[in-house]
Design a binder for this molecule. Structure first.
Ligand SMILES: NC(=O)C1=CN([C@@H]2O[C@H](COP(=O)(O)OP(=O)(O)OC[C@H]3O[C@@H](n4cnc5c(N)ncnc54)[C@H](OP(=O)(O)O)[C@@H]3O)[C@@H](O)[C@H]2O)C=CC1
Ligand SMILES: Cc1cn([C@H]2C[C@H](O)[C@@H](COP(=O)(O)OP(=O)(O)O[C@H]3O[C@@H](C)C(=O)[C@@H](O)[C@H]3O)O2)c(=O)[nH]c1=O
Length: 304
């Protein structure tokens, strides 16, 4: 099976390259902006530079490579930046998806698109797959619009994997995540305020990559919730992170969303019901504690 991954320098992208190249009979094309930042020797792997906002470049690579499937991970994932750079956000999070959906439909390629809990307003989590979108941020709106682009593309064989608060470690990361920033801040004795009135089902990046592979392997069509299973607040996640690494929580302040605000609104209570992915795909995510342990091993390996 030949699989093309967009955004292969990102957290999910790197985990996908690692997982897919370890599968038998899997040929993998990693694509990202500029140079490949993922070091290592991977079997049946080829890297191509691809800016997904370039419609001609998207069509050229899909028609040349003729993959069986595209996994589209590239996106503007800085939620606050999406609020201040709205045109850029739409170009990357919506228009680029249109280019990919067009090319995939034209060449008979299965498209797996990555989406988010931020398409919801967070008043009714945990969510199942069939709840209508109700975004409260520009990022959330862009991802909800992108889903519609995929769903409405004529002649396209598609799936959407929705995920939540992804954590893990990769090489040269362009964005941090809750486990990494809590660990680093507490190690540095830096004061952090962490909210205890938002709820998420955080997702280990390796689990998300596995969920994507299961979808593509089975060419399972439709929307799938691919996240962790435990509904936790960021404060609970931060406490578990501190406990795992034996870090003092003296500089960690428990707060709530009325006092801790970010430029883009965050939905209060999301979380996913992952019954469909478990039943249809055999998806089986790690617990949050197991996930931290996996990340910790990788941090130790990077440091040795
Ligand atoms: N991280 C999370 O908590 C969540 C993520 N998601 C979704 O999952 C997907 C993967 O996220 P994740 O891997 O964590 O995000 P990352 O930010 O780690 O990766 C996104 C990648 O997209 C790349 N990119 C940006 N612009 C372009 C472009 N024009 N052409 C090609 N590549 C580009 C970035 O490149 P560069 O590194 O060079 O900037 C980056 O490597 C996204 O679609 C996101 O919306 C959904 C819910 C939660
Ligand atoms: C930075 C920060 C965040 N938080 C909380 C708010 C939030 O619920 C949670 C994570 O905040 P972050 O800013 O790290 O991440 P955030 O941008 O909220 O993460 C989102 O990313 C996009 C891409 C998604 O699609 C979503 O699923 C979601 O995971 O932690 C604090 O309590 N204190 C802090 O200092």
């Amino acid at each position: 099976m030949k699989i093309l991954v967009t955004g292969s320098n990102g957290l999910l992208g790197q985990k996908l390259i690692t997982l897919l190249t370890a599968q038998e009979n899997c040929q993998v094309i990693g694509t990202a902006r500029g140079q490949n930042r993922l070091k290592g020797d991977f079997a049946n792997f080829e890297y191509r530079s691809l800016d997904v906002t370039d419609a001609q470049a998207v069509e050229a690579i899909v028609s040349e490579m003729r993959p069986d499937a595209v996994i589209h991970t590239a996106a503007m994932t800085n939620v606050d930046e999406c609020e201040s750079k709205q045109a850029e956000c739409r170009q990357l999070n919506v228009e680029a998806v249109r280019y990919l959906a067009d090319s995939c439909a034209k060449h008979g390629v299965f498209l797996l698109h990555l989406s988010t809990d931020f398409i919801f307003d967070g008043t009714a989590g945990p969510y199942k797959e069939d709840v209508p979108a109700s975004p409260i941020s520009f990022y959330g709106q862009s991802k909800a619009d992108a889903e519609q682009v995929v769903i409405q593309q004529a002649g396209l064989q598609w799936a959407i994997a929705r995920t939540i608060l992804v954590y893990g470690i990769a090489q040269d990361m362009s964005r941090s995540n809750i486990v990494l920033w809590v660990k680093k801040s507490l190690e540095d004795g830096k004061t952090i305020q962490v909210v205890d009135d938002q709820w998420r089902t955080p997702t280990l990046a390796e689990d998300l990559a596995m969920g994507c592979w299961l979808i593509v392997k089975h060419k399972a069509e439709g929307i799938f919730n691919i996240s962790g299973e435990e509904l936790l607040t960021p404060y609970e996640m931060a406490q578990q992170t501190a406990a795992f690494f034996g870090l003092s929580t003296d500089t960690m302040i428990r707060t709530d969303s009325s006092k801790f605000t970010q430029p883009a609104k965050r939905p209060p209570r999301t979380g996913f019901d992952i019954t469909k992915a478990k039943t249809v795909l055999g998806y089986a995510p790690h617990t949050f504690r197991e996930g931290i342990a996996i990340l910790a091993e990788q941090v130790a390996a990077q440091q040795s």
